[in-house]
Design a protein around this ligand. Structure first.
Ligand code: BGC
Length: 422
């Protein structure tokens, strides 16, 4: 097993931690927070720990990103924490709406900010992994038709070229899109995963057009990044759920889901990816019954779930990475994490997933890095601030940071495998 350049890291995204955004999500939050709050109450009130979370869930202010974790100003402190956990890499995203607040108008100060961020990472010997689109985008893009517009690939490419030209000396690992499929399903097919997605609608034709827009945008951006930075590694991240049949009737459905929505997703961009980004969180048991996806009901009954009812299933990480071997590309686990405000499960979550990953590496999966989601507690989209994914707890009233005990567990894991570049 070649572990020479293995990256042990943690991830965040701009909108979820930076604070003070002016983008499609921040606009949407302002008008939709009360509705999200009511939905969250309906969705989570049957969880066994409802009493513990209900105050936060019932506060509509919790659904507005506001200053978030103020990472925009406190990034050095956050990187020092990451370093103190013995980690050697950080994945974060650049906010398109800061770089290009108006169509065709680029903000050199915003670019300078991200240069400062990257220089700080280098000073601390932390390898950056940069995402160019993590769910949010400038409001003006929506007005041009977003991903369904014929102009989308060129607009994305122009933004990418500006960023990559400005930062190329500081970044080798680029991710064009974070979970494009989650975006497409939530935005155009009203997926229940993120029910409050901005401008959400149910329109299959638009879904197909936007899907085409994503593929073209990724391909163009891939070529642009390689032109500017030929040694750079470019790919994107897919969220993949481990689907398992709940009864024998559901086996064909599970194979179909695996084919279309699982590891088969990466087929769309063959030849335009230097690595595969895998974002893995949970298992879904599928049963052919009137209520075909038993997701919430099943998980709420189980004792072994996260605060938001997701079922951790480390074996799924093994299975999925084994299936990804067929692409013959390096794999980065670009997200894997748990919402666990009391930090009761997180240590074991990381340990068991790291063990599954190591087993997969021994069985031939070319995994080059693992990024825990998330470095900090953050804004969990339309679920607001109450789900706590962080290795570091954030007190949102004072913005103080408190490393959770599980960060020590992660530190031990990362140190057990000592790598030359860490
Ligand atoms: C997304 C993150 C999100 C996490 C937990 C991932 O799919 O990329 O932005 O916070 O899931 O829901």
């Amino acid at each position: 097993m070649n572990m020479d350049r293995f990256l042990w890291g943690a991830a965040t995204s701009a909108h979820q931690v930076e604070g003070n955004q002016e983008n499609n999500w921040s606009r949407w939050e302002k008008t939709h927070a009360p509705e999200w709050m009511r939905r969250a109450v309906r969705m989570y009130r049957n969880l066994p720990h409802w009493d513990r979370i209900k105050t936060e869930v019932q506060d509509s202010e919790n659904y507005i990103s506001g200053t978030a974790a103020d990472h925009y100003h406190r990034y050095r402190e956050d990187f020092e924490l990451l370093k103190s956990f013995g980690l050697n890499s950080y994945r974060f995203s650049i906010e398109w709406s800061r770089i290009e607040p108006r169509k065709g108008v680029f903000n050199a100060d915003a670019l300078r900010h991200y240069r400062d961020v990257l220089e700080t990472l280098h000073e601390l010997r932390i390898t950056p992994f940069v995402t160019l689109h993590h769910f949010t985008e400038p409001v003006w893009l929506e007005e041009t038709g977003g991903w369904t517009s014929k102009a989308f690939p060129a607009l994305f490419d122009r933004y990418v070229a500006y960023v990559v030209e400005g930062l190329t000396d500081l970044v080798q690992l680029w991710m064009t899109f974070n979970e494009p499929e989650s975006y497409l399903l939530s935005r155009y097919l009203n997926s229940p995963l993120w029910p409050g997605w901005p401008y959400q609608e149910q329109n299959y034709r638009k879904y197909l057009r936007a899907n085409h827009g994503f593929v073209e945008a990724h391909k163009q951006a891939y070529k642009t990044i390689k032109r500017i930075n030929p040694n750079g590694k470019v790919g994107y991240g897919h969220g993949i759920v481990c689907f398992e049949p709940g009864n024998r009737w559901s086996r064909p459905v599970v194979s179909w889901l695996e084919h279309t929505g699982g590891t088969g997703k990466f087929k769309k961009t063959i030849g335009y990816q230097d690595y595969l980004g895998l974002q893995y969180y949970l298992r879904n048991t599928v049963s052919i019954k009137p209520r075909s996806f038993r997701q919430w009901a099943e998980m709420i009954d189980s004792n072994n779930t996260s605060d938001i009812g997701w079922e951790p299933y480390p074996a799924g990480l093994y299975q999925i990475t084994q299936r990804l071997k067929r692409y013959k590309l390096p794999i980065y686990v670009t997200e894997n994490g748990i919402a666990d405000s009391r930090d009761e499960q997180r240590g074991e979550f990381i340990r068991s997933h790291a063990a599954a990953m190591m087993r997969s590496i021994r069985d031939g999966a070319d995994i080059r890095g693992y990024f825990y989601w998330s470095l900090l507690d953050n804004y969990e989209w339309s679920s607001g601030f109450w789900p706590r994914f962080g290795l570091v707890a954030v007190d949102y009233s004072t913005l103080e940071r408190w490393p959770r005990p599980s960060a020590k567990v992660y530190r031990e894991i990362a140190q057990n495998y000592s790598f030359p570049n860490s």
